[in-house]
Design a protein around this ligand. Structure first.
Ligand code: F6P
Length: 547
């Protein structure tokens, strides 16, 4: 058993080192070293990652890499790529990397190469998505299927939603994608109100095919379709994406219309698998495969590059530095691109469902902070909501800025204004404005002495707030694949450092189980479960209102 990370030599070094770094000003480090940006910038093909606006120096990075080595990161990366059962609580390998293994090198699980099956599903996805796009796979009444409705939740929704939105510019002209995830009937009703059953394809996406939200939504949609077109229409308008053929058949979907994936693909890592069918239909299989290629380029980089030049490793270790030494337990991700608006929501599941855990691989409770709370939204919008807190809040929030150099919609000077804003935000967070600078600026602007004395603190900025800036050339399928794979590997590295299994999600079970016991009570049947007085009175108050 390995010693817990906070007992390692490197951790102790970092604790010591933190004492000297906590007062160091980034603006001074930039002034002292004209090469700083160059030194702390990495480029992988067209993706540039500038991490120079962080509270680090060479010693910080050295200690962080030492920590990664002490945690046997290299061996752990190898174990994942070789298909070892690193998801120990579920006794499974973790092989989303196999889904985009574009060189098709064999990857063995229990002595069997998984690549032929993966390739067969990709081929089936190509055939089907092309048939839908060309209109050769028709609906029951002979019409082309142009409304694609993905029914799924969590990893069976967020990846497809995020990626189809990111690649909206690549959609076939006559295709529209819709997503139903929430059990709230409104989610179903709002989509069904917009579409015509004759031209609709429902994709029921569920790894387990037991998720109550997805199955309830799918049943409602099935009834809506059957009411309009009859039972025969189901085979023309419903397909399933799942690992669970038995449940798919039980639901009434022909296994011919099922696109398989496997236990070794975690829900939140599944958009590269059959779960991406809606993406493939919207943007075409060639573009879907370009997304896989981008992810593969990042996989290669991650698995073959020394830590000192490894983008996911560096981003992960910076996260550890702030989370565990500066005690910053929040992390913001701000894409400056409207098409990337759902990336923060996607990353919330990826990071927090993977690493929001309190029991370590040594089966002991963890005594240090694991993953921070991730939040974000599209810039510049969020500049006008929570950026006040990023600049002047009492807790420092390390931030990732993501921005494409070229917009898909270069209208007038919109994109220059957007670019100026993202660059200004990271500079402002880093540089700040001291009380003295603020006072001087106000005096120069002709403000009275009293006004300056009263307002100078309110209007000053502490600065020294860290950020990474990730520049893409353009939001295209390849760049999106690279970006998302980068974050997946960052999460993996942090899981290794914190000594947790990033690939289970037992934390979501208790609430699900308790909902099942409350449900009969809302339907006026006894559940045999006794509740606390708050829950009991909420149940009775809601029932009274619903009478
Ligand atoms: O609620 C957690 C979860 O299990 C996620 O991990 C998963 O992405 C989601 O539910 C959906 O699960 P499924 O694809 O099996 O319906």
């Amino acid at each position: 058993m390995r010693e817990t990370v906070n007992k390692t030599k490197a951790w102790k070094k970092l604790e010591e080192h933190y004492k000297t770094m906590k007062k160091t000003q980034m603006r001074d480090m930039f002034d002292e070293d004209k090469n700083r940006a160059q030194k702390y910038t990495l480029q992988l093909e067209n993706m540039l990652v500038d991490y120079s606006k962080n509270r680090i120096n060479d010693r910080t990075m050295k200690f962080l890499f030492n920590l990664a080595r002490e945690c046997q990161l290299e061996e752990k990366i190898k174990a994942m790529f070789e298909g070892e059962k690193i998801n120990v609580t579920e006794n499974r390998p973790v092989l989303h990397i196999a889904l985009r293994n574009r060189e098709n090198k064999p990857i063995y699980v229990d002595g069997k190469d998984v690549m032929p099956e993966i390739n067969a599903v990709l081929a089936k996805m190509r055939k089907f998505s092309e048939a839908v796009r060309l209109g050769t796979f028709k609906g029951q009444t002979g019409k082309k299927l142009t409304n694609i409705v993905n029914i799924g939740i969590g990893g069976s929704d967020l990846g497809p939603v995020m990626a189809t939105e990111a690649l909206r510019k690549y959609w076939a002209k006559d295709i529209n994608c819709y997503f139903i995830s929430n059990i709230d009937g409104t989610a179903c009703a709002e989509v069904l109100n917009k579409i015509n059953p004759e031209t609709t394809l429902f994709i029921v996406a569920s790894k387990t095919f037991t998720t109550i939200e997805t199955l309830t939504n799918a049943k409602t949609c099935r009834k809506w379709l059957v009411d309009a077109l009859g039972e025969h229409a189901v085979s023309k308008h419903f397909v399933a994406l799942s690992t669970n053929q038995k449940e798919v058949e039980k639901f009434g979907i022909d296994p011919e219309n099922m696109f398989e994936f496997w236990d070794f693909v975690g829900g939140r890592y599944s958009m590269w698998s059959a779960i991406g069918l809606s993406i493939a239909i919207a943007v075409g299989m060639d573009n879907f495969e370009k997304m896989l290629e981008g992810a593969y380029a990042m996989d290669q980089h991650f698995s073959q590059t020394d830590f000192e030049h490894n983008i996911p490793v560096i981003l992960a270790m910076l996260g550890v530095w702030y989370n565990n030494f500066f005690n910053c337990h929040r992390h913001a991700v701000i894409p400056y691109d409207q098409y990337l608006q759902y990336v923060p929501a996607y990353l919330q599941q990826l990071e927090m469902e993977s690493n929001g855990k309190d029991v370590g691989l040594d089966n002991e409770y963890i005594k240090y902070a694991t993953t921070p709370i991730l939040f974000g939204g599209a810039g510049t919008n969020v500049q006008h909501s929570f950026f006040q807190l990023l600049h002047q809040g009492t807790e420092m929030v390390p931030t990732d800025f993501i921005v494409p150099a070229i917009s898909h919609n270069e209208i007038g000077d919109h994109h220059e204004i957007l670019l100026a804003n993202v660059l200004a935000q990271s500079e402002a967070l880093m540089r700040g404005k001291t009380v003295r600078e603020t006072a001087a600026e106000m005096t120069a602007a002709g403000k009275s002495k009293e006004t300056v004395a009263f307002l100078k603190k309110f209007k000053s900025f502490e600065g020294n707030r860290p950020s990474n800036t990730i520049v893409l050339k353009k939001v295209d399928p390849y760049a999106l694949g690279m970006l998302i794979a980068m974050y997946e590997h960052k999460v993996f590295v942090q899981g290794v450092i914190w000594g947790i299994n990033s690939f289970d999600q037992f934390g979501v079970e208790l609430g699900k189980q308790m909902a099942l016991s409350i449900l009969p009570e809302l339907e006026n049947n006894a559940s045999g479960v006794s509740h606390d007085s708050s829950t009991a009175s909420l149940i009775s108050y809601i029932k009274k209102l619903r009478k």
